[in-house]
Design a protein around this ligand. Sequence first.
Ligand code: KG4
Ligand code: ZN
Length: 351
Amino acid sequence: MRVLGFESSCDETSAAIVRGPVERPTMESLVILSQDVHRLFGGVVPEIASREHLTAIVPVTERALADAGVRADDIDGIAVTHAPGLVGALLVGVSFAKALGASLGKPVIGVHHMEGHLFATALEHPEATPPFTALLVSGGHTLLLDVEAWGRYRILGATRDDAAGEAFDKTAKLLGLPYPGGRHIETLARDGDPKRIRFPRPMLHGGQRLGDADYYDVSFSGLKTAVLLAVQASKDLETDRAHIARGFQDALIETLVTKTLRAARAHGRTRIVLGGGVACNRALIEAARLAASEIGAQVFAPTPRLATDNAAMIAAAGLFRLEAGERDGPALNAFSTRPLPGLIASPLATG
Ligand code: KG4
Ligand code: ZN
């Protein structure tokens, strides 16, 4: 089965073709058009995002077909992100996918964006298949999951406030770096002295036993405040910037890695899969690998193209659902929030 996937939930217009079976997916093409215009505003402007998707969706789709060397009629199904995200942006992808599906007489399936991120790594690493522990860290989400099988997910932890990528972006702003700031912080942090500034490790203090509310959750707003205070207290920000970036990144990474390892250990998982834009961060990947080696677990991270928002992961998740016989009708709609499909109860005492 060959699936054409669409992603338009935020500021990337993307189309991709992935061929099954889902156990051995082949990415035949992937086109990602990033909307650089939002840099001017220091964040994504929803109205502009929708307009840009409208302009881009047809040429992006044509290019994805051409790169794969196939015609629209060679497609067996269409997958499209329908939640969560900016509704106006999502609607462009959903409307286009439904219209194309109707005109070609092909089935259409709506895909949850976060389920897409779970499938991204398997496109490059065939071993990154369930069961595994997943850490999804992007500009909008921070989720720790146990993936028992494709379509069977336990949400273990999430952020109480800012997403990990948002914390990177806000810290970058405080340090006068461009948006989106994650990779700029990563570069700057390389020149920082890890011993100069030690920020508190959020959610690594109280309530740290299995079953406690704080055991898997994370929170980054306190860390952001600590960064702000450090910036205000600095007498020479030009010199201190790198040390602050390093202190911030170390605190955030230690928190994420500690919680991820807890999840892997509690569920007896030997594979850990990272996803989302923050999974581009080499320091995060290396810290996760080091910690995982202590329990004999392997860490899989997608390359930046597949870590950030892309349609190949949506096509792969859609392939799984279409192969299982799932279909959406003309009533398929876009939603700003929506629970992940296939959630199973998370028993507290799994260790
Ligand atoms: O997954 P993504 O492309 O879009 C969302 O769904 O949000 O993630 C974007 C986020 C931004 O917050 C960006 O600053 C962050 O990923 N990011 C990074 C790095 N590259 C991108 N954060 C830390 N280190 C990086 N190298
Ligand atoms: Zn995303």
